[in-house]
Write a protein that binds this ligand. Structure first.
Ligand code: ADP
Ligand code: MG
Length: 255
């Protein structure tokens, strides 16, 4: 079997370990996330979703972590500081729950910034950032500052930034958080497009069940544990493949 893009083995994570305020935020997590998949982490607030993606994103690397996080078969714990930084810069793009845009930088510079860490020239950075902003219909805001933008607009800038170094893995933490239904729909369509057209592996975190509609694998979380794994399309699989089969038989040219 192909090596999964992300694999967690017996992962436990604690905040304030050993103190009275200790929180056992993740408990014995064992999961695999296939390359090219669209995976959701679903569960109520406080169940450990953000902690989980911070571990996968190589952001949280405290020694209060037990177990192994393997990216394409390589243990993040075995990486040097420099390798870990490279992974964060080009391996994964995170659309943060609170957007995390830098207030003192323009929209354009926010999107171009991750490329600066890779030594891309200023001209090229600008060109690529403008292309990304165009994809999100945000070109006309490129000289504005994050505080001038609505939540939906900040989210689009955050999405553009997540793509700027072309990472194979995109993580979106509650991407629908504060959006109205139209923008929420757009955000979901965008993640689906990134998965289906651009071939990116998607991890989406949510506490709203309606937003699971495009996920192919859903991990249900509660109190830091994975309760169950659901693969909605596999359930419908037999029926769907029969329909596809008939369609191919009846319309061989169209298929
Ligand atoms: P979710 O994203 O599902 O809402 P989190 O991963 O943010 O959940 O939090 C999981 C648990 O860890 C919660 O009980 C939360 O209160 C706790 N927690 C999160 N961040 C911290 C922190 N920095 N210090 C202490 N406890 C934290
Ligand atoms: Mg969270």
């Amino acid at each position: 079997m192909a090596t999964p893009l992300v694999k967690l083995e017996n992962v436990n994570f604690y905040y304030n370990r050993g103190k009275p305020s200790e929180v056992h935020a993740l408990k014995n997590i064992n999961i695999e996330i296939p390359r090219g998949g669209y995976t959701a982490f679903f569960g109520p607030s406080g169940c450990g979703k953000t902690t989980l993606i911070y571990l996968i994103g190589g952001i949280e690397t405290e020694d209060t972590q037990e177990g192994h996080i393997l990216i394409n078969g390589r243990d993040l714990r075995g990486l040097s500081k420099k390798e870990l930084a490279v992974y964060r810069q080009i391996g994964v793009g995170i659309i943060f729950q609170q957007f995390n845009l830098i207030p003192s930088l323009t929209v354009l510079d926010n999107v171009a910034l991750p490329m600066a860490f890779l030594g891309v020239s200023v001209d090229r950075r600008k060109k690529e950032a403008l292309k990304l902003l165009d994809r999100f219909a945000m070109t006309k805001y490129s000289d504005r500052f994050p505080s001038d933008l609505s939540g939906g607009q900040q989210q689009r800038v955050s999405s553009a930034r997540a793509l700027s170094n072309n990472p194979p893995l995109i993580i979106a933490d509650e991407p629908l958080g504060n959006l109205d239904s139209e923008n929420a729909n757009k955000a979901l369509e965008f993640l689906k497009e990134l998965n289906e057209k651009d071939g990116r592996t998607i991890i989406m975190v949510t506490h709203e069940s309606w937003s699971l509609r495009d996920a192919k694998t859903i991990f249900h979380l509660k109190d830091g544990e994975v309760l169950r794994v659901e693969e909605p399309q596999k359930k419908k699989g037999s029926q769907k493949s029969l329909t596809e089969f008939l369609h191919r038989e009846l319309f061989p040219k169209a298929a």
